[in-house]
Design a protein around this ligand. Structure first.
Ligand code: AMP
Length: 303
């Protein structure tokens, strides 16, 4: 079992979906990732919060396998984001993004983090992702997330990141934008040529498509009757995926496929309630049962 280092946002989120509304709840890509991954292994977090992030909010990390030595608390306000979802929950509008303390953030890895073998660069400025990569010593497996904002805004720095990662986790729209190809199989080939051997394309309620070298593996999303809020589902997927992989002995095709199911299982919990709420009440037993439900959902006997 190996520890994972992650860098990304810790946030106050405000969320509106057709099923309800929440204001100023703890969110952020690094938060969803770390809580999900901590079900499988130890997580070392690099992030920043403001003075308004009180002990009460810190409790979401308490009692979990999450090392906060690299979480900076600085004067100013915590990163804030507001999103509003349409009826089908597959499209959302960002109402605002206030970078606040993130504006001046420079990731500094504590000495105890530098030799971490698994690294997840959550969705932040690719320049900061590079700064983190410059501070880690020969990691065994590095994965990154990104978004349309960086694909358009900082293409050169993003290309430099892609040249240095083993895996990229993005959604279908971003895969098309990054590759300039509408067809996802062609898009995957173009993106793999940019660097990452392993590409995971998240397709919301349609599940995920993974390609590693020339092979493909796909997983559906769990059919759920109650879906409240998809915020953080992608980061939660990444947490389950990386957490499982870091807890496996070797990175084989079989381990990668199981990691995709672990990620899908964790993401299926995240959407059941608002923000982090469902993940915070989750038990290891719940995770095992959902993993088994995925096996039943996808298993069939060939003739
Ligand atoms: P997801 O639904 O997987 O896209 O992740 C949503 C989470 O990402 C929310 O908790 C937000 O706080 C966070 N987030 C949204 N926009 C950004 C951004 N530009 N940089 C970093 N984190 C963000």
């Amino acid at each position: 079992m190996h520890p994972i280092l992650t860098v990304g946002s810790v946030a106050f989120d405000s969320i509106k979906t057709p099923f309800g509304e929440r204001s100023r709840v703890v969110g952020g890509a690094a938060t969803f990732f770390s809580v999900a991954a901590s079900f499988f292994t130890d997580v070392r977090m690099v992030a920043v919060v403001g003075e308004d992030f009180a002990d009460e909010q810190m409790q979401v990390f308490g009692g979990r396998r999450i090392d906060l030595t690299g979480l900076q608390r600085v004067p100013g306000e915590t990163f804030r984001w507001k999103g509003e979802y349409n009826f089908d929950l597959n499209s959302r509008e960002t109402i605002y993004t206030h970078l606040n303390v993130f504006d001046q953030f420079r990731p500094v890895l504590p000495e105890s983090y530098r030799a971490t073998p698994f690294v997840f660069l959550a969705n932040i400025h690719p320049g900061l992702q590079l700064e983190v990569l410059d501070q880690v010593q020969a990691p065994r497996f590095v994965a990154a997330d990104t978004m349309n904002f960086w694909i358009d805004g900082t293409p050169d720095e993003l290309r430099a990141v892609l040249g240095r990662v083993d895996a990229l986790v993005i959604n279908d729209e971003e895969a098309r934008q990054l590759s300039g190809e509408a067809n996802l199989v062609k898009a995957a080939r173009v993106i793999r040529n940019m660097g990452p051997r392993l590409l995971i394309i998240k397709r919301g309620e349609y599940g995920v498509l993974m390609t590693r070298d020339e092979a493909f593996f796909a997983a559906p999303a769990m059919p759920l009757e109650d879906v409240s809020d998809p915020t953080g589902a992608g980061d939660t997927f990444a947490g389950g995926f990386m957490g499982y992989l870091a807890s496996a002995d070797e990175i084989t095709d079989a381990a990668v496929s199981r990691a995709i199911i672990a990620g899908s299982a964790m993401a299926s919990f995240a959407v059941e309630d608002f923000g982090l709420d469902r993940l915070l009440s989750l038990t290891q037993d719940d995770v095992r049962r959902r993993f088994d439900a995925f096996k039943r959902l996808t298993h069939f006997e060939a003739l």
